[in-house]
Write a protein that binds this ligand. Structure first.
Ligand SMILES: Nc1ncnc2c1ncn2[C@@H]1O[C@H](COP(=O)(O)OP(=O)(O)OP(=O)(O)O)[C@@H](O)[C@H]1O
Length: 294
């Protein structure tokens, strides 16, 4: 649906985005992942047309002016505080080419969809962070865009707000193509067809979660001790390479070593209460760290 080729942005001497190439297939959801300063906002700004690339191109299938087909939620949206949610959404609808006749109806529909039915006549100044983010989604979808670009849609929210937003995004995923940036990798793990790993403006890895897991994932044992002291004691005395996290000890499995049996034979002779031993995969965050070599 959208093809990005060799996209590059240089600010003065700073190469914020360097030679990015990827495609977004119709109806899929893609997570743009990277730490602070990786180039996520710069990339999204170039896709929206707000920022001119220094080099490279962004092409949308069957479309002359891609901006009409894009809905955008900026990282720090500016909702005019003196407007009500309905007025703000209507204004955005009109700016995006919706006729005055339809703007109100469409605004009411999307505000209802994002769960602001009972708040649409309130001034945005009175909105909480979670309500503002939902309003941000409403203004992004009011003109029925084919592509949704969302800059850190969940990062600033508390766990409850994040859950609500993720549920909303999952519903949107069924009807649009989504590209969203995040540095909260658990969220990306939950909702994504494609992952783009950005580091220092470069795309260091891309693919489906399944493919990236197949390439980088490794299995580990996770042993839960009843205290941190016991975990530490075990980690010190075993010959196996370990990492620790609170009362957990992790042991990477390489070439099928150690087997569960080999591990258990070491554990059963210990004078500790071991609460759990299991074979686990890496989290997306750990895979990302592995990909970027940290
Ligand atoms: N207008 C600008 N002028 C100069 N440098 C800029 C400008 N905008 C961004 N940069 C630099 O480009 C790099 C990428 O910034 P960008 O905001 O795209 O990163 P990001 O991944 O979105 O980070 P964050 O997660 O903190 O929002 C950073 O080093 C930033 O300082």
């Amino acid at each position: 649906m959208i093809t990005v080729q060799h996209l590059t942005k240089i600010f003065g001497v700073k190469k914020a985005v360097s030679d990015l190439s990827f495609t977004l297939e119709e109806g899929t959801s893609t997570a743009l992942i990277g730490p602070n300063g990786a180039g996520k906002t710069t990339t999204l700004s170039m896709l929206t047309g707000l920022l001119k690339p220094t080099n490279g191109s962004v092409r949308m299938q069957n479309e002359q002016d891609i901006r009409k087909e894009i809905g955008f939620l900026p990282q720090f949206p500016n909702f005019f505080p003196w407007l009500t949610a309905l007025e703000f959404t209507e204004m955005t609808a009109k700016l995006n080419g919706v006729s005055s006749r339809d703007a109100k109806k469409q605004s009411e529909r999307v505000l209802n969809f994002v769960g602001l039915k009972n708040d649409m006549l309130k001034k945005t100044a009175t909105f909480s962070g979670g309500m503002k983010q939902r309003l941000g989604i409403a203004q992004a979808i009011v003109h029925k865009p084919r592509l949704l670009l969302l800059d850190e849609p969940v990062s600033a929210l508390d766990p409850v707000g994040r859950r609500e937003m993720m549920n909303l995004l999952k519903q949107l995923q069924q009807q649009s193509t989504i590209l969203y940036s995040t540095h909260i990798l658990n969220d990306a793990e939950e909702m994504t067809d494609q992952l783009l790993f950005l580091q220092n403006g470069r795309l260091v890895e891309q693919g489906s979660l399944k493919d990236i897991r197949a390439k980088f994932d490794s299995y580990r044992y996770r042993i839960k001790f009843s205290s941190k002291d016991e975990a530490l004691h075990f980690a010190k005395q075993t010959q196996l390479p370990t990492t620790m996290e609170e009362s957990y000890v992790f042991i990477e499995i390489k070439d099928n070593f150690p087997t569960m049996q080999q591990l258990m034979s070491q554990l059963v002779v210990l004078p500790y209460s071991i609460l759990k031993v299991e074979r686990v995969t890496m989290t997306l965050e750990e895979i990302f760290m592995k990909v970027v070599g940290q």
